[in-house]
Write a protein that binds this ligand. Sequence first.
Ligand code: ATP
Ligand code: MG
Length: 307
Amino acid sequence: MNRTKDVLVIGDVMLDQYLSGSTDRLSPEAPVPVVKIDSQFSVLGGAANVANNLAALGAKVSLLGVVGRDDNARIVNELLESKGIANQLLDVDIYTTVKTRVISRNQQMVRVDREQLFDDDDAFVDHLSGVLSFFKGDAIIVSDYAKGVCSPAAMKSILTWASINNVKVLIDPKGTDWSKYEGAFLIKPNVKELEELFNTKIENTNDEIAQFAKEIKQRYNIDHVLVTRSEEGMTHVHEEVLHIKSRKVDIYDLSGAGDTVIAVLVYLIQQGEDISIAINKANQAGSYVITKPNTYAISNSELNSLN
Ligand SMILES: Nc1ncnc2c1ncn2[C@@H]1O[C@H](COP(=O)(O)OP(=O)(O)OP(=O)(O)O)[C@@H](O)[C@H]1O
Ligand SMILES: [Mg+2]
């Protein structure tokens, strides 16, 4: 069981930053607490978190996206290097997306985001074509956080190239224009993303989720639709509809469960595992990482110990 193949993650790269410290007074400037920072750290976020999850499992992974020409880009680059993730990022004239959490007494006081929509399609598609022409793996993950990297033009290049080269494309979608994902191998929305797409309230029940998932499968010609349903587990629509329950767990930090799910799924498919087994394991892995603080990357041995 050690056949690691290359996987390419394409999408919106972010940096998750945590500043933590003590609070013992209110600010004289406004009715807000003053947090005195005594520790800080940053981890890979967004598409980079998917790549990080794959690297932790032992996959050979490359990351393609954009960063700015700023200090946060330097931190992203250092983190990628330390995790052994091949860096295919294009640096452009935007701020690197960063989400900064200020934490005191185990509680998040505020989150400060800096982000800028990226819209230079020509430059990105050009870079993308170059990277694809050297890519020798058999799976691409698209991690769309609607910050501009996964534009219709970029998706068209990816899906056209993948179909010619017999490469599977698995998508974590966002937004309301899913025609750009047409023809993908798998798409993995959560319930909120379904609601956004259909512009309606959706009950998290087997019947309702199955109905919308089937609609997506047909409308966008996608082989596998996998809806992640938080505490209700997942629904997989391929030739049949399958509901996979999740176990009750003590939640510590919900963020990143979806990234773990898609990373584990691709990793196991590349190991030659049957897709239904891979989906079951990915479901367990999703429930496992939310029992850990911050965005957590599950290791190979932790994954093997899940049952
Ligand atoms: N409360 C929970 N109890 C048990 N398992 C959970 C819970 N929440 C999430 N999971 C597991 O994680 C998977 C993904 O969760 P969810 O549907 O919330 O994804 P998501 O919203 O895309 O996550 P993310 O915060 O990373 O974007 C679920 O399918 C399930 O396996
Ligand atoms: Mg998600």
